[in-house]
Design a protein around this ligand. Structure first.
Ligand SMILES: [Zn+2]
Length: 253
C-alpha cells in the first residue's frame, strides 16, 4: 500500500505512495489543453513542512487487515486497516466525502474487531433453483417455503467460528459466505425426507449436493466493524503539560 508515516506529537499520519509527486493538471478543459498547466504536487513535502521538528515514525501496516463498510470497488467508502509501531497498535480510518475529494487518513489508538450481526440463507436464489428442479410438482410453493424455513433454522444453529469460510465469492469485506457443515447437512437431508414426497426426494438431495459447496446453499454472514479506542492516560496524550503540572504542584508543597 505504501509507507505509512506518523507524527508522534500531533498523531497525524501520511501514507506515502508513488502518486504523491504526480503533477495535477489544471486549467481550461474546453481549450483542448492550450491553457492546461501542470501543478507540481508534493503532498509529502507539505506534510514534512507542517510537522517540522516533530518526531516522526514509520508504522507497519498489518497484512490483510483492510475492511470497508461498503464494497471494495466503491469510491466513496469508509475503510479501516491496522498498523503498529512495534509497541502499540493503531487503527487507520480511511475515508472521503465525495468521489473527487482526496482520501483522508485518521489515526485511532486501539484496535477493531468484526462482529457477526446476521446469518442469512439465499432465499430468492434457493427458491428459483428449487422451482426449476421440481417444476410441475403439486404444492410446490408451499414445499419451497418450508425448505427455506428449514434451512434458515439450520443456519441459525451454525457456529460460524468453527465453520470454513468460502475464500472467493464476495467483494464486500463485511459479507462472508460459509458452507454448511456435515452435521447440519445430515439434519437437513433427514428433514427433507419428510418435507418432500418419496419420488421428489432424490432430486432435492441432488440439488443440495450440487449447491452446498459453492452454490445457492452457501450461508451469508454479515459483519459489523467495531472500533475500540484505547483510553490513554493524560501523560500519554500530552506528556509536556502533564510534567509541567506535576512540577508546579511540587513547588506548592
Ligand atoms: Zn506534528
Amino acid at each position: 500500500m505504501g509507507r505509512l508515516v506518523r507524527c508522534v506529537k500531533c498523531d497525524a499520519i501520511f501514507l506515502k505512495t508513488p502518486y504523491d509527486q504526480v503533477p495535477e493538471y489544471g486549467g481550461d478543459v474546453p481549450n483542448q489543453g492550450r491553457n492546461v498547466h501542470a501543478l507540481e504536487r508534493d503532498d509529502y513535502g507539505d506534510f514534512l513542512k507542517n510537522h517540522h521538528g516533530h518526531r516522526l515514525e514509520d508504522l507497519t501496516i498489518v497484512e490483510d487487515s483492510l475492511v470497508g463498510e461498503r464494497e471494495y470497488a466503491e469510491p466513496v467508502n469508509v475503510s479501516y486497516f491496522k498498523a503498529t509501531n512495534g509497541k502499540e497498535r493503531f487503527v487507520i480510518k480511511r475515508h472521503r466525502e465525495r468521489i473527487d475529494d482526496p482520501l483522508r487518513y485518521e489515526l485511532i489508538h486501539g484496535d477493531y474487531s468484526l462482529n457477526c450481526v446476521a446469518v442469512d440463507v439465499q432465499s430468492r436464489e434457493i427458491s428459483q433453483n428449487l422451482e426449476r428442479v421440481l417444476r410441475g410438482r403439486p404444492a410446490l410453493a408451499q414445499k419451497i417455503h418450508a425448505f427455506i424455513k428449514l434451512y434458515q433454522q439450520v443456519s441459525r444453529q451454525v457456529d460460524l467460528t468453527r465453520r470454513k469460510r468460502v475464500a472467493e465469492g464476495s467483494d464486500h469485506s463485511l459479507e462472508v459466505y460459509y458452507r454448511i457443515d456435515e452435521v447440519s447437512l445430515v439434519y437437513l437431508l433427514r428433514n427433507c425426507r419428510t418435507l418432500f414426497e418419496p419420488e421428489e426426494f432424490p432430486e432435492v438431495e441432488a440439488f443440495i449436493y450440487r449447491h452446498k459447496d459453492d452454490g445457492v446453499l452457501l450461508m451469508k454472514a454479515t459483519y459489523e466493524i467495531q472500533v475500540k479506542e484505547r483510553v490513554r492516560s493524560a501523560e500519554e496524550t500530552s506528556p509536556a503539560s502533564f510534567r509541567l503540572k506535576k512540577a508546579s504542584c511540587g513547588e506548592k508543597v
